[in-house]
Design a protein around this ligand. Sequence first.
Ligand code: ADP
Length: 393
Amino acid sequence: MAINAGSSSLKFQLIEMPQETVVAKGLVERIGLDNSIFAIEYGDDQKFELVEEIATHDRAVELLFEHLTELGIVKDYHEITGAGHRVVAGGELFKESALINDEVIQQVADLGEFAPLHNPAEAAVMRAFKERLPEITMAAVFDTSFHTTMPAVNYLYSLPYEYYEKFKARKYGAHGTSHHYVARRAAEMMGKDVKDLKIITCHLGNGASITAVDGGISVDTSMGFTPLAGLTMGTRTGDIDASLVAFVMQKLGISDVAEMVNILNKKSGLLGISGVSSDMRDILSAAAEGNERAQLAHDIFVNRIQKYIGQYIAVMNGVDAIVFTAGIGENSIQIREEVIKGITVFGCDIDTERNNTRKEAIISPEGAKVTVLNVPTNEEMEIAREVERLKQA
Ligand code: ADP
């Protein structure tokens, strides 16, 4: 089972390995709030939904296990032989996925300072799983591990150096599992060794980040100390001048920094600019109907991606491939075309016919200097594979 827990949510996929068949998937939302929802899809398009109070992550796990048997998805939840937990913040400690024991759970909880909404919830879900299935292989798969190879020149902020020494204040990045997977897959599709390539991976979902992958390792990435930095996202600002935080707080009479951080995380980005929606499909259709602010949100989104690609070509002093992935990257033929058509100066181009796809494909013209690819990501499957790998290690 691949598990992705957030502060008030828990997403899960039950996957049959090594066949990689998804047996069931679903989510629990609004944990700790009123009208919590548990929803699961399984079998041949069968669905089940329940609205009731789900006060804690432990209760969410209990409910999940109950329903796996009640709905006949498994005879007994002990049929589950492995669990992989996605963890947002691994700090400098976790350079790769780790087998879960009490010490690792505590370390994940302690790293909560870096991801207060995520790590404590993830630790709670690990505990809930371990109590019910103490005998199985459980792995923690970190969003940050892939980026632990970044050099100091790219991960350090230009702050007093002791903030790094004392507080570990630095760039950690995110979406590592996805960037790692699509970079490897792109190299395979090109028939090349990833070690010989300079790749820029663009993970464009609700959260969005871009990574410079040089010789198979992450050398720079757009998300920062937390996933707030970098590109314009669904509801997150991406990069802004830090002085604006103080300025806006003063203008709005906000004294609680957490309230301001919430605005930067939840009310900004595509939603904040457009006033329409955080969802790119809504933005595209509103823009097509002539909504100017939706058009502007779209333009800013594309512009930031282009700027980061330019930056990372400079960081690596070259580029062999540009990869698109995640909700927007995989599905928006239009956005891929717009991004690439605006930066042909770098030797990249798009083949309109090849780009007319939502599947894995090379979408640049034959013989182009830079290969552009669409590579659907699958973080849950990667997490399941990590569990299998660690089981055999
Ligand atoms: P998350 O970060 O929540 O995992 P996803 O990777 O699922 O996000 O991406 C969600 C985003 O993908 C939304 O903005 C959604 O509008 C966008 N998206 C999905 N399908 C399309 C499409 N056909 N065209 C444009 N955007 C799309």
